[in-house]
Ligand binder design. Structure first.
Ligand SMILES: CN(C)C(=N)NCCC[C@H](N)C(=O)O
Length: 246
């Protein structure tokens, strides 16, 4: 962090933001759009009426799982590109040195498409679906439960409640998602590293054999630390937009 700040000032921390911004916008609108509409179909109550007649946690869970399932398919190509670029560890190109394998997100998508066809862009999509379907159910249940606990009946949760409930919903969902997140990333990298897994189960078994059960908790701390602020802001924006446009 210190080096980045010294060489590139604060702007250095925001490099390469365009791709994550576009992908997050698409994926979150699918997730929250499907969730809200699924809940509307299940409970027949609008967002405004829901504070007076709160939905059951089973309905919240089903609507969250539906949102998670559909978002996984939109997320798959973006997530694959992110994982491939993050794992590209060649040092920066020096004069005369070979260029990096991927020159950026668009080049990465085009190279995967050329080398592996359209299905290549969906590598690991199964693992992503398994990761996101139940964990997004847990995500929305945690959020609704925490808001319900700290808000008097019939009232809207305060902004502080939304921020805290959203932050903890993010942490809870990442704690449950991290084991499958590890497996998903390994399967997404398999195409590049010429490491062949016969499928998801084979990836689980060979990872545990080689590295023990601890492998399932790789990245848990950083995922959770990132999850709190990201999801606090996500839910605050969601509630705010529903109130101002709803
Ligand atoms: C796989 N998991 C745990 C989730 N998708 N959890 C919901 C949080 C989503 C949010 N965009 C984030 O990146 O934290």
């Amino acid at each position: 962090m210190v080096k980045t700040y010294r060489h590139e000032s604060l702007l250095g921390f925001f490099k390469g933001m365009s791709f994550p911004i576009v992908s997050i916008a698409v994926v979150n609108s699918v997730l929250f759009g499907v969730y809200s509409n699924a809940l509307l179909a299940l409970t027949a109550t609008s967002h405004q009426e829901r504070r007076a007649q709160p939905p059951s946690y089973t309905h919240v869970f089903i609507a969250g799982c539906t949102g998670g399932f559909l978002q996984a398919y939109c997320l798959a190509p973006f997530d694959l590109i992110k994982v491939r670029l993050q794992n590209q560890t060649e040092p920066r190109a020096q004069p005369g040195s070979p260029p990096p394998r991927y020159r950026g997100p668009v080049h990465c998508a085009a190279s995967i498409f050329q080398a592996e066809g359209p299905r290549g862009l969906f590598r690991g999509a199964w693992a992503l679906t398994l990761r996101d379907t139940p964990t997004l159910g847990i995500y929305f249940v945690t959020y609704e439960w925490l808001c319900h606990q700290s808000t008097p009946d019939g009232q809207n949760p305060s902004s502080a409640t939304v921020l805290v409930a959203g932050g903890f919903a993010g942490i809870t969902s990442w704690v449950t998602a991290t084991p499958l997140d590890v497996i998903k990333s390994r399967m997404q990298m398999a195409g590049l590293e010429q490491r062949a897994y016969r499928g998801l189960l084979d990836c689980v078994v060979s990872s545990v054999r080689q590295e023990g059960l601890g492998v399932f908790f790789r990245g848990l701390t950083i995922n959770s630390a990132r999850a709190f602020p990201v999801n606090a802001v996500t839910f605050l924006s969601y509630e705010y937009l529903l109130h101002s446009w709803g």
